[in-house]
Design a protein around this ligand. Structure first.
Ligand SMILES: [Mn+2]
Length: 235
């Protein structure tokens, strides 16, 4: 299954008087072009810049999603409306032409045209979540590979998240310290599958299987020297 993975689009973002709308939209269409030959588009969260996007931002988001050449999987970020609720409502109203999964609650989801792959999604976690909740989800993902009774289809083949990670670089030489909720690094490194994480705007690997694609465009002056990209991966 070929994936296109991206995150942190921050639709609706303004810097001072400058509206990033056109920069984001133009770059988004390059990503969308790549989805024409992919099986799953993954957005790791912070699709919107604000918890209360404008009607125009919703129209832009729905329009972009409908240009995707493959099914989409969306995680909520800390900047997004809680649980991506308005987009879920739009989906119920038939706004999307392709299969679109909104991973609003942390847990395992089936993705792809026929739901052929199992993945773990942990977007911006619910308020009541503590680190042991995250650890448990990573442990369940690991167990899905070890349980001889579980079928091949039940194995978690990728993790998508909007969690922080201790040691991740947020700017030149500036690294995250410990935070309340984060990727459990030792458990994540041992998973026999890739972990893709949003939230951090600088593109980087922090372990051979843990990758941050970064934001789509430079969202502030601190990012002026950062490379921006999206990732193609196969699971
Ligand atoms: Mn974020």
């Amino acid at each position: 299954m070929k994936l296109i993975v991206t995150g942190c689009w921050h639709l609706g973002k303004r810097i001072g008087g400058y509206d990033l709308h056109n920069d984001i939209k133009e770059t988004a269409f390059q990503v969308i072009d790549a989805t024409q030959s992919a099986d799953l588009f993954v957005h790791l969260g912070d699709l919107f810049d604000s918890n209360k996007p404008s009607p125009a931002d919703y129209t832009t988001a729905i329009g972009l999603i409908n240009e995707l050449g493959c099914p989409g999987l969306f995680l909520p970020g800390n900047h997004d409306p809680d649980t991506l609720y308005p987009l879920v409502v739009a989906k119920q109203g038939g706004a999307f032409s392709k299969s679109t999964v909104f991973a609003v609650a942390p847990g395992q989801y089936r993705v792809g045209e026929d739901g052929e792959k199992q993945v773990l999604c942990i977007g911006h976690p619910p308020r009541e979540w503590k680190q042991p909740n995250v650890d448990t989800e990573f442990e369940r993902a690991r167990m899905s590979h070890e349980d001889e009774w579980s079928s091949r289809q039940a194995r978690v083949e990728a993790v998508f998240t909007h969690l922080n990670a201790e040691g991740v670089e947020i700017g030149e030489g500036v690294r995250m310290g410990p935070t309340d909720l984060s990727i459990p690094m030792e458990a994540a490194k041992k998973l026999p599958c890739p972990v893709f994480a949003g939230h951090i705007h600088k593109e980087q690997f922090i372990a051979p299987n843990i990758y941050f694609p970064g934001s789509l465009v430079r969202a502030d002056m601190g990012e002026r020297d950062q490379k921006k990209c999206f990732i193609e991966a196969v699971i």
